[in-house]
Design a protein around this ligand. Structure first.
Ligand code: NAD
Length: 384
């Protein structure tokens, strides 16, 4: 079947298997060229199929020479419907890892569930004995709770509504958007979905089953961003969940101190992923950020960020005074943010091409679904 992109707003409903394989191949090639360092050897990655989690899985495999177990929630192909990008990415990763002699097993299903935790625990027990690192990179719109009820996260403000510029991804128009206020229940639900509760459940389940090595590490991801995004991100409903994630990291380190566990949060750069495309204002900010960071020679994608995290910051345990790894260090440099502040008020539909890297935004967007790779033949029939 010939597979074409079908874009609806901030999502593409098709994915290209050969293009997803190319994306994974390039990410692996980047790490191979950078070389290996000493680090954990048995790594569980939860949320391993796209974005930062996939970048993490690739980085630990090729930077540390680690075996990995990956958990994700993706859809298989059905009839003429392609699988999701994460499904193809996972297949491609398993293929390349096997060719290079690395163990890579993947589980597809609900990472929030106890059943998934039990399956992974059994596999670690049987295949590895113990895991020495757990990366938690799940980003989900909803969660089924242990009692069977479902809760959803929202991308809203806290306290008062917020109006600012955004980009309409359907038309590339720069418009005003008013982000509504989350009520208390919505905030609590967002914390349940995107906060640290499930991360903590995973770590405690692994520790109780005695499949977590002594002195193991665990790491989850957050975002802070500049003032222009604070109302919607850092101080918004998602930011409350990220605060909970951070508190969870401190609690986990305390609770499992007798085993020497260290739980970290890494604050990463704003990048185009399936999750970030859904946040109002952020895509406009990203397109301005890309333009400036590319001009400054500071631009990184998921794999560059994750290689730098694992091969450099994690090895050196280079954290800020609050204990975070700061992969947003280049994004938040004054020379980058001052330029964004200077253009933010000027940007309009007419000059977005000039002031922002809207083409770069869309290029990353299409490539997330396996499209727009210059060395993939998109007119060819592919097995989906
Ligand atoms: P993503 O959408 O690319 O990846 C999400 C992953 O979670 C996928 O592997 C998906 O399969 C998995 N997943 C979703 N629901 C699941 C479920 N129920 N069970 C198992 N797996 C499930 O997202 P991303 O942007 O890479 O986000 C990962 C983390 O990085 C999040 O914590 C996010 O807040 C953080 N982060 C993202 C950015 C950014 O700009 N994209 C910046 C900083 C931090």
């Amino acid at each position: 079947m010939v597979v074409e992109p079908k874009v609806k707003g901030f999502i593409c409903t098709t994915a290209h298997p050969a293009g997803c394989e190319e994306s994974v191949r390039r990410q692996i090639a980047y790490c191979k060229e950078k070389g290996q360092v000493d680090g954990p050897k048995k790594v569980l990655v939860i949320g391993a199929s796209t974005g930062y989690g996939l970048g993490s899985r690739i980085a630990v495999t090729y930077a540390y020479g680690a075996d990995t177990i990956g958990v994700s929630f993706e859809k298989e192909a059905k009839g003429k419907r392609t699988a999701t990008a994460g499904w193809y990415n996972t297949k491609a990763f398993e293929k390349f890892a096997a060719e290079d002699g690395y163990y890579a097993k993947s589980f597809n299903g609900d990472g929030f569930s106890r059943e998934m935790k039990d399956q992974v625990i059994e596999t670690i027990r049987k295949d590895w004995g113990k895991a020495d690192m757990v990366v938690y990179s799940m980003a989900a719109p909803r969660r089924t709770m242990p009692d069977g009820t479902a809760v959803s996260s929202v991308l809203k403000t806290v306290g008062k509504e917020f109006t600012n510029k955004t980009i309409d991804l359907k038309t590339n128009e720069v418009k005003e958007v008013t982000v509504p206020v989350a009520d208390e229940e919505e905030i609590q639900n967002t914390i349940k979905v995107m906060g640290g509760e499930d991360w903590s459940d995973w770590i405690h389940a692994l520790a109780e089953a005695d499949v977590l090595a002594d002195n193991a590490s665990t790491i989850a991801y957050s975002y802070i961003g500049p003032v222009v995004t604070h109302a919607i991100y850092k101080d918004g409903s998602i930011g409350q969940a990220k605060k909970h994630l951070y508190e969870t990291s401190r609690k986990l380190t305390e609770e499992l101190a007798d085993r020497g566990l260290k739980a970290y949060v890494s604050v990463n750069k704003a990048l185009v992923t399936q999750s970030s495309a859904a946040i109002p204002i952020v895509p406009l900010y990203i397109s301005l950020l890309y333009k400036i960071m590319k001009e400054e020679g500071l631009h990184e994608g998921c794999i560059e960020q994750m290689y730098r995290l694992f091969a450099d910051k994690f090895v050196k345990k280079e954290v800020d005074e609050a204990g975070y790894f700061r992969l947003d260090d280049w994004e938040l440099q004054d020379k980058v943010q001052d330029k964004i502040t200077a253009v933010w008020d000027q940007v309009t539909t007419e000059n977005i091409q000039e002031l922002g890297d809207i083409d770069g935004y869309w290029e990353d967007f299409y490539q997330m679904f396996g499209f727009h790779y210059d060395n993939v033949d998109y007119s060819a029939d592919v097995e989906i």
